[in-house]
Design a protein around this ligand. Structure first.
Ligand code: NG6
Ligand code: CA
Length: 504
């Protein structure tokens, strides 16, 4: 055999085996994205409600203490996470109504799209809340697109928006599940349809009373945001949502166990309405908000058990985190505040969901990859969920052009605990697009004249002040001492840097 022939044989051999080697090194990825779960809500972050399965992730893996969702509400956090671009850059990405159109359109570089390109099978199971379709009025009785399948997911089983918004039905890929064509669904966000009962007019029909908003169509004894008629067979029973999402996730894992896969399991828990399955009712003595934390922990446990049974724990990376911080009364009188007892969802941080203060966006964040990430490790590196896109692109050997996913940074080594530095800085977004800037130990909150407390009846400080705020969040994580006037140069530098990023 001549040398040249040998050389080409070797190249062909390398090309043939490299995909196998490559796939055996790239783990499956399961992103468990909880809803409204606070920094202090799980026991490994100091919560008093026992969450043994979630805690097992910290025991087996890496717990982050300075990790952030990019926004203090759901839609913008998810938009940023899936596109790698801060949501405040694009208009109309605030909390989406249940009949909103797709906020992420085909052609965008997305987190699932990047993994799909790398040969992953990709799925979203659970809460979507990023809009659907492009016709002004969505026809829920037909094929609905664009949606998750058009932006990089191979499979979707979703709640279109949130549990408290109509339509209260699941979509599998592009269709409403279990829809009877003789009972079509109609949705309206402005006026009631067919004189259906509403929370405002028929409170006697409610199993949970609303406190603010949420007084429109009654479904399953719970009044919602928006009006809906039809689709009786397709409507979910809130008590069953967690189990259904677990079952769909497990089916996807089983079906794809021989491929690398990406599962975005976006739980409904612990968002309102908090309606645990009967078997979890009363398990904490802290009311429904406590009980749905146990239900969330069960969800994590069910996924862990499946991976164990399939012998997949070592080739699966699990990330567990939350889309924004905690809230107690978010529109229903479910005793969340009254029955809290010694449990502190805020974990010593100020503010909460919706807020510029830390509890709005600093969230639990745990990564488990057995055999690769040190067990029981902890990282204080600064990291944002907006970084997933470039981090996974890097882990799967892909180059992403600079012109897209502009806010995402490759933090792969931080995610797996090899690097301890993380980001230098990041931007946080509160309601009304008020921005804060975290750099090193400091945080700057831009001045904004707006209400000091979330104005629609939520007992949380917005963080809005007419003067600038500067905190040392390392020494003063509760943001009690405004240093803006003591350290004017630092404050101005951070303000300038935030404006530079905003205008970039
Ligand atoms: C608010 C809702 C709140 C919740 C939130 C979205 C009212 C009065 N309040 O507008 O209950 O649905 O939107 O939550 O309607 S999120 O986690 O999806 O961002
Ligand atoms: Ca949320």
């Amino acid at each position: 055999m001549n040398a040249k022939y040998k050389f080409w044989n070797l190249i062909v051999l390398i090309l043939l085996i490299s995909p196998t080697v490559y796939y055996s090194q790239t783990p499956n990825i399961i992103l468990i994205y909880a809803d409204d779960l606070g920094y202090g809500d799980i026991s490994s972050y100091g919560g008093s409600i026992p969450t043994p399965h979630i805690d097992a992730l910290t025991k087996n893996g890496l717990k982050f203490t300075n990790a952030y969702a990019s926004s203090a509400t759901c839609t913008p956090s998810r938009y940023s996470m899936l596109t790698g671009e801060y949501a405040w850059r694009k208009k109309g990405t605030g909390v989406a109504p249940g009949d909103a159109n797709s906020l992420i359109l085909p052609g965008r570089t997305t987190l699932p799209g990047v993994l799909q390109k790398a040969g992953y099978k990709t799925a979203v199971v659970g809460k979507w809340h990023l809009g659907l379709g492009e016709e002004q009025t969505i026809n829920w009785n037909k094929e609905i697109k664009p949606g998750p399948l058009e932006i990089g997911f191979d499979y979707a089983f979703i709640l279109p928006a949130t549990g408290d918004r109509v339509p209260t039905v699941f979509l599998e890929n592009r269709h409403v599940v279990a829809l009877d064509p003789k009972d079509p669904i109609k949705v309206n966000y402005h006026r009631n349809l067919d004189d259906n009962p509403t929370g405002a007019e028929n409170p006697e029909q409610l199993q949970i009373m609303y406190s603010h908003g949420h007084n429109q169509s009654i479904i399953n004894g719970i009044s919602r945001i928006g009006y809906m008629t039809g689709g009786k067979e397709a409507r979910w029973r809130d008590e069953d949502i967690a189990d259904i999402l677990v079952n769909k996730s497990i089916r996807f894992i089983e079906d794809n166990k021989d491929f690398p896969f990406f599962l975005y399991l976006s739980t409904h828990d612990i968002h309102v309405p908090r309606v645990p399955h009967e078997r979890f009712v009363g398990t904490t003595g802290k009311g429904p908000r406590g009980d749905v934390i146990i239900q969330l922990d069960y969800t994590v446990g069910a996924i862990q058990k499946k991976l164990q049974n399939l012998g997949m724990e070592e080739n699966t990376l699990i990330i567990f985190t939350s889309d924004n911080g905690p809230v107690l009364d978010d529109g229903y009188l479910d005793g969340a505040a009254e029955r809290l007892g010694d449990h502190n969802p805020f974990g010593g941080l100020r503010g909460g969901k919706y807020s510029s203060y830390e509890a709005g966006t600093r969230v639990p964040f745990i990564v488990q990859w057995m055999g690769k990430i040190d067990a029981n490790s902890e990282s204080s590196a600064l990291i944002s969920q907006v970084d997933f896109l470039r981090s996974f692109a890097s882990a799967t050997g892909q180059n992403i052009p600079d012109s897209v996913a502009i806010d995402s940074q490759n933090q792969w080594e931080t995610l797996i605990g090899v690097q301890t530095e993380g980001r230098k800085s990041l931007v946080q977004q509160a309601i009304r697009n008020v921005l804060s800037f975290v750099e090193g130990d400091y945080k700057y909150i831009e001045p904004y004249s707006g209400p000091a407390i979330v104005p629609w009846g939520v007992d949380i400080e917005t963080g809005f002040k007419e003067e600038p705020q500067l905190y040392n969040i390392k020494e003063d994580p509760g943001e009690t001492k405004n240093l803006a006037f003591e350290m004017p140069e630092k404050m101005v530098k951070m303000k300038q840097e935030l404006n530079r990023i905003r205008n970039s």
